[in-house]
Ligand binder design. Sequence first.
Ligand code: SF4
Length: 256
Amino acid sequence: MKDLKLVVQRFDPVKDASPKMVEYAVPKREGMTVLDALLYARDYVDHSIGLRFSCRQASCGSCGMKINGRPRLACYTQVEELGGEKVVAQPMDNFAIIKDLVTDLGSFFDKHKAVTPRLVREDGEEQERPTGEYLMTPGELSKVLQFTYCIKCGLCTSSCPTVATDERYPGPQALTQAYRYSADARDQGGAERIAALDNSHGVWRCHFAGSCSYVCPKGVDPALGIQLLKRHVMTGKPPHAKDEASKVWKAPESGR
Ligand code: SF4
């Protein structure tokens, strides 16, 4: 079988003036992923290739990079689906390069944390000494379910033209998580979360390019989440179907 031509963008900001593309010949095998090819090059040809990975099953989001011009997870991309002859691996756009294919996700996680990505409750006593569970109806769950699949890989943010031009813009991942928690029937922190995003660098900066949804490897639709968040900002109402599910469920007196 003919070798795969693997082209990797190499750049060490400490030593190099500019990036260069380096080609490696990688023996192909059936079912080979781009991550497999990169690991072969690193293990058998050049130990200094910088890349980040962990789970190898599209769960951790560590191996996000630009592959043949499109943001993808290296572990989730088969060499054959790219034609099987040539693969070009580059670091994600919109992030600073630490080395080669490894990018700095520090600001990405800061923006995620800034939207308070957790359920906010006002019943402190119940939080301290729980007496039951917080229930959701299937309908309420369906409003947020797809947004819970986010693995924080950063691919959507790397594809976003607005992130590329406004470093204060939270980006599709953070905005989608702002919607995910505000739309959760158990959450009571929507007003504050939304107020922080109602400005010209916040939710209104999205002009619906849609590339975020196109590249997401987990089937999340951040472009939809952002539009729903805009509606939430306009109406001032949390997008809950009703508030009943946020009540605390009490265990029955007997039978348990
Ligand atoms: S929304 Fe999709 S592309 Fe964006 S960080 Fe989450 S999983 Fe990755």
